[in-house]
Design a binder for this molecule. Structure first.
Ligand SMILES: Cc1cc2nc3c(=O)[nH]c(=O)nc-3n(C[C@H](O)[C@H](O)[C@H](O)COP(=O)(O)OP(=O)(O)OC[C@H]3O[C@@H](n4cnc5c(N)ncnc54)[C@H](O)[C@@H]3O)c2cc1C
Length: 457
């Protein structure tokens, strides 16, 4: 939708080809199975969306989304221990994905410059190896096939994109692809939160420790609109995801801390468990193809999709749309699509390497990536990453920079800067936390008063 929005700023007519009928409200739909699981929009991405579509954050908050300040409003057990709740530096917007999509879509389509062809599937590209001239589509109601001619085709079909196949059908060589697959699986259930908890209790995150050579298990409790908690339990390959309702709570208890289980033990479930096995890191390198055809670009998950645990997919997709906006301000010359595509590809590099370089350490991770940063001797890098992680949970200065990077507000290269190195040397460390930093009033709100409370500094 963001890509369509920016195209409509620069081109005469824009047609969105979509398999689903896009709902007239915040509802689930078949083409977006991931919407049944938690989705956080990091501040780096929220700012991009705000630039493209001013007022979106306010509309989301008015519709019940929560703005979570990092780390004040999040209680998180990282691989290296409990994170101190330092004053917020960045934020994330938490709400159901259907609400997020609806707020964005409603505003974009209200402009009236975009036509949506619902229940229509893109089946192949038209044109030849030098120039894409349109898309062949199929109506899902009656099976009719049709050619939609276009000056520019943008593939935004998501993680399941058939682009590589479509390009070879035009006679082009296969686009290079990297895949790092830790076997991520998600199981999600929505609960009624205790009165006042979605506004007054922090978001909770219990992560695995990738240094322990067993499959990783994770769990989060995130506030949503309408007084709900969305609870997602996840694992890396071999982690035995709970797919039945009765297995959900015992799995939550098996995490490195029982906080998630304690929170949901007496909460009323509002949905069954939804499970998905989608979460490999996958990136295409279209810019490396010598003869990239004119008239074609690729954005969002079609270009690069990541392990969702890091919450970077939507922000990255928004950034690819923003680059499209910038580049289409000038007319596309012959041969220009490849340069625009290279600029789009550059902005997915940070989320790609952050996710892939972390996932590669999980047991059972399958690596089919040629990225030289993921091969060879990585012991020194591990040592540095572990040092940063262990300091970020206890030093506000180090935490600020790490949070800037994680929220996609600052380039990852900042972690290698002299400024950061000197912060690491000077960083004042708070005492190690041995329990979740929850205040007595917060514990009382969720009726866990008897759990040992550690006052947040
Ligand atoms: C379990 C899970 C949890 C996630 N959590 C987060 C999170 O917390 N934060 C975050 O930022 N990101 C998260 N993500 C990633 C996020 O969902 C994606 O990055 C984002 O949806 C990408 O947007 P997109 O528009 O590129 O693709 P999608 O949102 O997948 O949209 C693709 C669209 O194309 C349509 N389509 C597909 N094929 C065709 C076709 N052939 N013809 C016509 N239409 C077609 C589909 O119906 C769909 O509407 C998560 C992903 C998963 C799997």
């Amino acid at each position: 939708m963001l890509a369509a929005h920016v195209l409509a700023r620069h081109l005469e007519t824009v047609t969105v080809v979509e398999r689903d009928v896009l709902p007239d409200g915040p509802e689930q739909r078949k083409g977006l199975p991931q919407a049944r699981h938690v989705h956080v929009l990091w501040s780096g991405g929220a700012r991009v969306v705000e630039d493209l579509l001013p007022g979106t954050a306010d509309r989301l908050l008015a519709a019940g989304a929560r703005r979570i300040g990092f780390h004040e409003d999040l209680v998180t057990l990282t691989s290296h221990g409990w994170q101190h709740r330092f004053p917020p530096r960045q934020f994330a917007i938490m709400c159901g994905r259907p609400l997020l999509d609806f707020v964005v879509r409603d505003r974009i389509l209200a402009g009236g410059r975009i036509t949506v062809r619902g229940r229509t599937e893109a089946v192949e590209l038209a044109g030849d190896a030098g120039r894409v001239t349109g898309v062949r589509v199929r109506g899902l109601e009656d099976g009719t096939r049709e050619l939609l001619e276009a000056d520019l085709v943008v593939d935004a079909t998501g993680r399941g994109s058939r682009l590589r196949h479509w390009l070879t059908a035009l006679g082009l060589p296969p686009v290079e692809e990297d895949v790092v697959d830790a076997g991520i699986a998600y199981a999600t259930r929505t609960f009624r939160a205790p009165e006042g908890a979605t506004a007054g209790f922090p978001a909770v995150n219990v992560a695995a420790d990738h240094r322990v050579r067993v499959p990783g298990r994770f769990g989060v409790v995130y506030p949503q609109e309408n007084g709900r908690w969305m609870v997602t339990l996840s694992c890396t390959r071999g982690g035995e995801l709970p797919t039945r309702d009765e297995d959900f709570l015992p799995y939550a208890r098996s995490l490195r801390d029982p906080l998630v289980a304690d929170l949901i033990a007496d909460a009323e479930p509002l949905t069954p468990v939804f499970a998905s096995h989608i979460g490999a890191n996958r990136r295409l390198y279209p810019e490396r193809l010598e003869g990239w055809p004119d008239g074609l670009l690729v954005v969002g998950d079609s270009l690069a999709a990541f392990n969702p645990i890091y919450g970077h997919g939507m922000s990255s997709a928004a950034r690819t749309a923003a680059v499209l906006d910038e580049r289409l301000a000038r007319p596309l010359e012959p041969g220009g699509a490849r340069r625009v595509q290279a600029a789009i590809g550059a902005v997915v590099d940070d989320p790609w390497i952050m996710a892939a370089s972390k996932d590669i350490d999980f047991v059972g991770c399958r690596n089919r990536a040629g990225d030289p940063r993921l091969t060879g001797e990585r012991a020194a890098l591990h040592g540095f990453a572990d040092l940063v992680a262990s300091m970020a949970i206890r030093s506000p200065e180090v935490s600020d920079v790490v949070t800037d990077v994680m929220s996609m507000s600052t380039p990852q290269s900042e972690l290698g800067s002299t400024r950061f190195m000197s912060l690491m040397q000077r960083g004042r460390l708070r005492p190690e936390l041995t329990a979740p930093p929850l205040r007595p009033d917060e514990l009382a709100l969720v009726r866990l008063d008897r759990r040992g409370a550690v006052s947040a500094p």
